[in-house]
Ligand binder design. Structure first.
Ligand SMILES: *[C@@H]1O[C@H](CO)[C@@H](O)[C@H](O)[C@H]1NC(C)=O
Ligand SMILES: *[C@@H]1O[C@H](CO)[C@@H](O)[C@H](O)[C@H]1NC(C)=O
Length: 989
């Protein structure tokens, strides 16, 4: 194969780049603990028995705090709390150390700081080398004969404040306390026994990404209203006081993160509670401020404390004094300083030029060194390349190497940029500011989880592998509702290497679900949330109100099949919920059942509104039932919100206050409004008959003859059957009867009584063809649908039949039906090698995605690894065939080498297509809005005439920054739809 030589060079580049650093955990950790009565190793807990946890008084206060939480976590699992002893154990004489008798002992300490750990390490069997002098690394193990009179203890060691804290929290999670025990009410696992295995140390860290965290943003109405109800407001009116942040910091640390951008819409982190800054530092959290809040000062401080306007050009002295105060105030607290400047609020500045911005950053850096008394290399600094900001950089700005370039996504989860050229050599490295929630164009999405985890995996592993390893920060909105994507993002950031396998998302999801809801629910929950991710990737809730409705109500049964998928999903989620112990149900509701149930409700509203309009055009009496269903779904939506707010005695009241139905521009609607519903009059009670046929906008009696579309074919997409609907067009009762003019075409329910109103007003008749009896080639059968109560009233439904011969030697590939060949990207014939393309299972809207390995070099058209798709066509009709390629909405993340693919048919010359224009770095490219709304770039190329017979489509992805999901060949039958036709029959699969 022509591609072999090229393929070798890709592999070589993967090997030579290698995988940098990273921890050693895996998604499914080898169990360091066991829980049966007859365990082995060191017993840490049993009936009435919990350990004593020893910490040195000279360890970090944050470590002592975490040790106290571990003691309570043992209590949650065992029913009896551990105790914490903070004492100077420097002298580990037998009498002192053994004084507490047979109780198991856990030593917690920071290597190089804790007198307890250091004296143990000096004298006994404790090897600290795996941890010492590393960044955020921990290790835990059973230590034999730690001191005289003690056989063994359990030791949790950390390299620094966060390393030790992560070690403590990791043990907590392993014994059965989820990081989400409070924020998502995950029940602790009750255990009678806990044993630590003595098979060696479990070590994790340093993390893949140095700074990892979340941004609480778009925090009104939900988080803010909830906060007002729960906490005492600050003197400035914000509920986000230290008691609130302690919960946030604890969660972030339990997720092994270390970085937070605080809520800022109407809050001032450092002023709302004087303890906020020092508490973050005690916990070990680095605080930052958002992209338009430089130098650790909140936007909202400007209105109170800035003298003059927020404008470098006209008010440099005022702006400098304001910024300097930010540096001085925070000098003793762990902080990552946001540098640069934007306009007022989240907007571009009208006056800042590239050279002015260079001056701003230069001044900020000299101010930081003065205020903090440290060299720049010891001060974490980030310049957020968000919205218009990359435009300044593109113009050739010089920014000191110590600054992390914090790149961003497009607010819809598509990263805008990977570091290129010598950007990867910056001492400050690169970061990624990502979004799980957003306020802005094309529409807000701030209600519930709309994230497909596979997409996060795909984009963030790309980011990491292309050098974005210093900061990962994701916007989590109100946090509540986004538990799952947040947990996944943090796990990836902690240990990217354990996510090497493209199928790792589902494995992780299963492990995570087990930790949340118990092992019995793990597998089913992972399957449910994988399907949820696929369904919500088709369109976010807020985008559904666009007209016309995005899912076709005419072609490929698209709207109906999609809604049925939601209904099936709800049944599965409800079944898992029903089978869970009561203690796990609230948590499952919050994270799984609620988004599935509430999400399905919103889909019901828009799907049935669109179907209802079509039904009303057909004058179906059941249009009125669809309108009532929509109203019920609207009422149910409020009831579901109320149910959420009533959980656990109102613990989460207001967390689902976000309006989400009735968007008509990017901003939230001011109230929830239903789309316009359509009703029909049913006063005459004449029991009129109507008939609709698949693929037809028109219906009987407006059209006397209908033609089923697409034609019947033995090669039709599996699982999809053609149909006609017979329905009442008025109240009353009638009997219909269907006669076929050929014996090999039959319908289900050929005769039935229909009554409107009620559930028997419509019948769907499935059409079957007996292919053994059908004539070969093309023919047309006719079904006559008569109303037996109204002589002479009959519809004719023509049934075109294509019964072509597929040669027996076409043994692998997709087969045309209805003038279309639809191919899921992963269904190529054998690729040149398994490693030359990566299939990402469960990615995107329909099945999966295919991409080059993240570190591949750019490929040349017709040369690199190729995806080969054999297919067979029968149609002779069209003058020109066309190829439509469906790609994820990935941006040109490498602007020096924009996304491109090439294709050829039957060995012809390759055509190269660049799906996304290269825009200016400060703006989204043309076509972006449509692409992110439908979560795909859809590109069609003319192919010229394609003779009937066997063909071969070859496709080359030329950049690793893009993902192929689907390919559709139109040989004269393609109908419009959101997702494209269902996949064609594939022989040899
Ligand atoms: C463990 O300690 C916590 C905090 O003091 C307390 O609320 C809890 O009731 C204790 N649990 C048990 C099982 O004693
Ligand atoms: C990258 O190249 C530019 C232009 O040659 C130079 O000014 C800059 O210092 C280089 N940066 C690094 C990190 O090497």
């Amino acid at each position: 194969m022509a591609s072999c030589a090229r393929f070798v060079s890709i592999v070589a580049s993967i090997v030579s780049l290698g995988l940098v650093a990273g921890g050693s955990a895996s998604i499914t950790k080898p169990s360091a603990f066991t829980f049966s009565a007859d365990g082995t190793g060191l017993q840490l807990g049993g009936p009435g028995l919990a350990p004593e946890i020893r910490v040195a008084p000279n360890d970090f206060p944050g470590v002592i705090r975490a040790a106290n939480e571990l003691a309570v976590d043992f209590g949650k699992v065992l029913g009896v709390n551990a105790t914490v002893v903070v004492a100077d154990w420097a002298s580990t004489s037998s009498s002192k150390a053994g004084a507490s008798g047979p109780r198991p002992i856990i030593v917690v300490g920071t290597v190089g700081r804790s007198s307890l750990v250091d004296s143990l390490a000096a004298s006994r069997n404790l090897d600290t080398a795996a941890v010492a002098n590393k960044w955020e690394t921990f290790s835990y193990q059973v230590v034999q004969a730690p001191w005289d009179g003690r056989d063994s203890i359990f030791a949790i060691l950390g390299s620094d404040l966060r390393g030790t804290t992560f070690g403590v929290y990791d043990v907590s999670e392993q014994i059965g306390v989820s990081p989400w025990y409070w924020w998502a009410d995950a029940p602790p696992t009750a255990r009678k026994y806990i044993w630590a295995s003595s098979t060696g140390a479990h070590t994790e860290g340093p993390p893949s990404v140095k700074f990892r965290g979340i941004f609480l943003n778009d925090e009104s109405p939900c988080l803010t209203s909830w906060g007002h109800a729960k906490y005492k407001d600050s003197k400035y009116g914000s509920p986000f006081i230290t008691d609130f942040y302690k919960r946030i910091f604890e969660l972030v640390l339990r997720l092994k993160g270390n970085y937070v951008w605080p809520a800022m819409w109407s809050s001032m982190f450092y002023l709302d509670d004087a303890n906020n800054g020092p508490t973050a530092t005690e916990y070990g959290i680095f605080m930052g401020t958002s992209h338009h809040e430089p130098m650790a000062r909140a936007d909202k401080e400007q209105g109170r404390f800035l003298k003059g306007s927020w404008d470098w050009k006209s008010n440099k002295a005022g702006v400098q004094a304001f910024m300097e105060e930010g540096a001085t105030r925070s000098k003793n607290w762990s902080t990552i300083y946001t540098l640069g400047m934007r306009g007022s609020g989240d907007a571009a500045s009208a006056t800042l030029t590239s050279s002015a911005l260079e001056e701003v950053i230069g001044w900020q850096q000299s101010t930081l060194t003065k205020a903090l008394g440290k060299p720049l290399s010891q001060i974490p600094q980030a310049w957020v390349m968000y919205k218009e900001v990359p435009g300044y950089w593109q113009k050739g700005m010089k920014v000191s190497d110590d600054v992390t370039l914090l790149w961003s996504d497009d607010n819809r989860g598509n990263i805008r940029r990977v570091p290129i050229a010598n950007e990867t050599a910056r001492a400050g490295g690169s970061g990624m500011y990502y979004h799980f929630d957003y306020v802005g164009d094309p529409r807000n999405y701030k209600w519930i989880n709309t994230i497909q985890l596979q997409k996060t995996w795909e984009q963030m592993t790309l980011a990491y592998d292309r050098g974005i390893q210093n900061i990962w920060l994701t916007n989590v909105g109100d946090l509540k509702g986004l538990e799952l994507p947040t947990a996944h993002f943090m796990a990836l950031a902690w240990d990217r290497n354990s996510f090497e396998d493209p199928g790792s998302t589902t494995k992780w999801l299963k492990t995570w679900s087990g930790g949340q809801f118990g092992e019995v629910a793990a597998e089913a929950t992972a399957a449910i949330m994988t399907t949820y991710g696929r369904l919500i990737s088709r369109m976010k809730y807020e985008d559904l109100s666009r007209t016309p409705f995005a899912f076709s109500t005419t072609n490929y049964d698209e709207a109906e099949v999609n809604f049925n998928d939601w209904t099936d999903l709800l049944a599965k989620a409800q079944a898992v919920y029903d089978g869970l112990p009561a203690g796990a149900q609230d948590s499952f509701f919050e994270v799984v059942l609620h988004p599935v149930m509430a999400g399905r409700g919103v889909y019901e509203i828009y799907t049935k509104t669109a179907l209802g309009a079509k039904y009303a055009d057909q004058h179906r009496a059941s249009a009125n039932q669809l309108a009532r269903d929509v109203q019920s779904a609207f009422a149910a939506d409020s009831a579901i919100t109320k149910r959420f707010h009533g959980l656990l005695g109102g613990k989460w009241n207001h967390m689902m206050d976000q309006l989400h139905i009735g968007y008509n521009n990017w901003q939230d609607p001011s109230s929830q409004t239903l789309p316009r519903l359509t009703y029909v009059t049913t006063a005459a009670k004449n029991a009129l008959m109507g008939v609709a046929a698949r693929g037809n906008a028109a219906s009987f009696p407006a059209a006397a003859t209908l033609t089923l579309s697409p034609p019947q074919s033995p090669f039709a997409p599996p699982g999809r059957q053609s149909w006609l609907d017979v329905f009442a067009r008025d109240n009353g009762t009638f009997t219909y009867s269907v006669a076929s003019n050929v014996s090999f075409v039959t319908v289900s329910s050929p005769q039935q009584v229909l009554t409107a109103p009620g559930s028997a007003s419509d019948a769907r008749l499935l059409v079957s063809v007996d292919w053994a009896a059908a004539p070969s080639g093309s023919s047309v059968a006719a079904l006559k649908v008569s109303n037996l109560n109204a002589t002479g009233t009959a519809a004719t439904v023509l049934v075109p039949i294509d019964n072509p011969m597929l040669p027996a030697d076409f043994t692998a590939g997709h087969v045309e039906a209805g003038g279309v060949v639809s191919i899921e990207a992963e269904h190529f014939s054998a690729p040149p090698s398994d490693a030359s393309y990566v299939v990402v299972p469960d990615y995107g809207r329909t099945r999966s995605g295919v991409r080059l390995p993240t570190k591949s070099a750019s490929q040349a058209p017709a040369k690199g690894p190729v995806l080969v798709y054999p297919f067979y066509t029968f149609s002779t009709a069209p003058a020109a065939a066309a190829l439509t390629i469906y790609l994820s909405p990935s941006e040109n993340a490498n602007p020096s080498s924009p996304n491109r693919y090439a294709f050829s048919v039957d060995g012809g010359a390759a055509t190269t297509v660049q799906p996304v224009p290269l825009g200016d770095a400060g703006n989204e490219p043309a076509g972006w809005s449509d692409a992110v709304v439908r979560n795909a770039y859809v590109k069609t190329s003319a192919l010229g005439k394609l003779a009937p017979g066997r063909h071969e489509l070859r496709v080359w992805l030329l950049e690793p920054t893009m993902v192929l999901t689907k390919l559709v060949l139109d040989v004269g039958g393609l109908q419009s739809s959101l997702l494209g036709p269902p996949e064609s029959m594939r022989v040899g699969a």
